[in-house]
Design a protein around this ligand. Structure first.
Ligand code: SAM
Length: 237
């Protein structure tokens, strides 16, 4: 097995992304730049450029490269954008987004994953990504609004708090459905009180667990109105 990861990455971008309809030069360039082998669990490096999700710590997954690229393309992430990712996991998608956007906030509910992701991102020099620990279904109202919000876990419905943290013209991409499968939903804020929704196809994500999504036991959490600042925390130095 070759360990020329750059060549494997180029091949992945050609075969799994460009050939399957990912068009944006920004997205393709970012996917060509970020070393996915540095974000997978130790021992899985040789599978880093297969187009599949892979296990990471805390029983979670790093998303499939095609889905990462498709979500970023759907969110129309542009240079200068202020972006929120919910479900930082390994930090890989946040790193890809950060190659295009101005600033990325990535929230992760598992402190151990957030710590690993933050350390990786710092080591690799992705200094425009801020990793926070907390329930991302609440978003981060204190630093909203966002040009784009990407949710990397499946929700029973579009989390209202996230929708409300979009700028007018901003886009939220979120998998919505049950535990087995979801539709990838693109929500565009057309005006302060007007949203357009588009179904981009079927996907399968791990569950989004939080006050505006699922409970740990798999039941639906109550959809409660939020008030005040979010409870997300910055990682300790
Ligand atoms: N984007 C990640 C990457 O590139 O590695 C993959 C994300 S993984 C498919 C989904 C992540 O969402 C998991 O790490 C999970 O712990 C996290 N998650 C689930 N519910 C969450 C919530 N309410 N807030 C923040 N993170 C959440």
């Amino acid at each position: 097995m070759s360990t020329d990861f750059k060549a494997q990455r180029d091949r992945m971008v050609g075969t799994h992304l460009a050939a399957r309809g990912i068009r944006g030069s920004g997205v393709l360039g970012a996917m060509r730049a970020v070393p996915r082998e540095q974000f997978v669990r130790e021992g899985f490096e040789q599978y880093a450029y297969e187009d599949s999700a892979l296990p990471i710590e805390a029983g979670q997954t790093i998303s499939q490269p095609y889905i990462v690229a498709a979500m970023i393309e759907a969110a129309e992430v542009q240079p200068g954008d202020h972006v929120l990712e919910v479900g930082a996991g390994s930090g890989y998608a946040a790193a890809v987004i950060s190659c295009i956007a101005e600033h990325v906030i990535a929230i992760e509910r598992h402190p151990s994953l957030a710590k690993l992701a933050a350390a990786r991102l710092t080591t690799l020099g992705y200094d425009n990504v801020e990793v926070r620990v907390g329930d991302g279904t609440r978003g981060t109202p204190e630093v909203a609004p966002f040009d784009a919000i990407l949710v990397s876990a499946g929700s029973p419905e579009v989390p209202e708090a996230l929708r409300d943290q979009l700028k007018v013209g901003g886009i939220l991409v979120v998998p919505v459905g049950d535990a087995d499968q979801q539709k990838l939903c693109k929500v565009t804020r057309l005006a302060a009180d007007r949203f357009a929704e588009e179904n981009l196809g079927t996907v399968k994500f791990v569950p989004l667990i939080g006050t505006q999504a699922w409970r740990e036991d798999g039941s639906r959490a109550a959809s409660v109105p939020l008030s005040g600042a979010s409870r997300n925390q910055n990682l300790p130095e």
